[in-house]
Design a protein around this ligand. Structure first.
Ligand code: CUA
Length: 359
């Protein structure tokens, strides 16, 4: 065997191995975003049942069609002394090939449409959350309770949640926000797009308390892959306590490093005359029209220290990670809109101390 042939064989083997790895990763147990056979509530269950039915029919169709194809290839093939069978047009076969798929599609349409209609309605007594998608983070407005929170959505367990994906809230639609995002928490619900200038909805339901992960599933720019979603489902008591905590106003640190950080946060003069308060609010309370406190260019940082992650859930919320983020946000999270503010080490330490004081 020549060297080039051996190389080509090695390359084919490597490609096959890589392909197999991707394929088998689908069988991973307890992957956080699994949805096949792992629905965690009634909404995801309905979507899962529909998927099972459609998949089953697709498998039957696949083997029937491929089987007939292989049968025809063998039966009518060319043989010594015999040309391959030549024929063209067969009205009977064509009628069957039109009518049978039409009947199958009509059969699938019934459960599909009824599930879509069922899941699009707001159940009576549902709990409402409004979602706005930003490049590249999520904003959750609890309008009935009167506060906003970034990136970590909490919901009461065993209750219908009606989520309004409020693309109209991004108006006026500008070059920066004219992208489509998609909200998907696989174990709780199906996928729904967030479209600029339009309002869409999706229902969630979690049977058990727990943390359910998802992520933006429509390519929306450089930071798309880092636009993660966390839904924390809590028992009613715990959930109510969380709401109380969100509504509380953060105490301003009076002394020490955190106080220095608080000062820098709103009065610092960093790159281009910006400071943190140019883009981030720390008061979570909505105004009387249900609007989020300004500025809202960046995520609202109220109760920041009580979250487990930051930068749209990319990293664990530790002092080290926060420092690295503040030193150069776009390097830490590709596509991040927050600029490198040219902060000194002392400024970073003070700001981290302040952020960690925002309980
Ligand atoms: Cu937002 Cu992809």
């Amino acid at each position: 065997m020549t060297i080039s042939r051996r190389r080509a064989r090695a390359a084919r083997f490597a490609a096959a191995l890589a392909g197999l790895t991707f394929l088998l990763s689908g069988c991973a147990e307890d992957a956080p975003q699994d949805f096949l056979n792992k629905p965690a509530g009634e909404v995801a269950e309905k979507a899962d049942r529909l998927w099972d039915l459609t998949f089953l029919i697709a498998v039957v169709v696949f083997f029937a069609v491929e089987g007939l194809l292989v049968f025809a290839l063998i039966k009518f093939r060319q043989r010594p002394g015999r040309e391959a069978k030549q024929f063209h047009g067969n009205t009977k076969v064509e009628v069957v090939l039109t009518v049978v798929p039409a009947l199958i599609l009509a059969g699938i349409a019934f459960p599909t449409i009824s599930t879509i209609i069922d899941l699009s309605e707001r159940p009576e007594g549902a709990f409402d959350v409004s979602v706005t998608a930003h490049q590249f983070w999520w904003e959750y407005r609890y309008e009935n309770q009167g506060f906003v929170v970034a990136n970590e959505m909490h919901i009461p367990v065993d209750r219908d949640i009606y989520v309004t994906l409020d693309g109209a809230h991004t108006e006026p639609v500008t070059e920066e926000n004219e992208v489509i995002h998609s909200f998907w928490v696989p174990r709780l619900a199906g996928k729904q797009d967030v479209i600029p200038g339009r309002v869409t909805t999706v229902r969630l339901h979690a049977n058990e308390p727990g943390v359910y992960l998802g992520q933006c599933t429509e390519y929306c720019g450089l930071g798309h892959a880092y636009m993660r979603i966390t839904v924390v489902a809590q028992e009613q008591d715990d959930f109510e306590r969380w709401v109380e905590e969100q509504l509380a106003k953060a105490n301003k640190p009076k002394s020490g490093l955190a106080a220095k950080g608080a000062e820098l946060f709103s009065a610092g003069q960093f790159a281009e005359g910006l400071n943190c308060a140019s883009c981030h609010a720390v008061d979570p309370r909505l105004d009387e029209n249900g609007e989020v406190p300004q500025p809202a260019t960046g995520p609202n940082l109220a109760h920041f220290a009580s979250r487990n992650t930051f930068a749209a859930l990319l990293k664990e919320q530790t002092d080290e990670n926060l420092s690295a983020w503040l030193r150069d946000p776009p390097a830490f999270k590709p596509g991040a809109r927050m600029p490198d503010l040219g902060l000194t080490d002392e400024e970073i330490d003070a700001l981290v101390a302040y952020l960690q004081s925002l309980e």
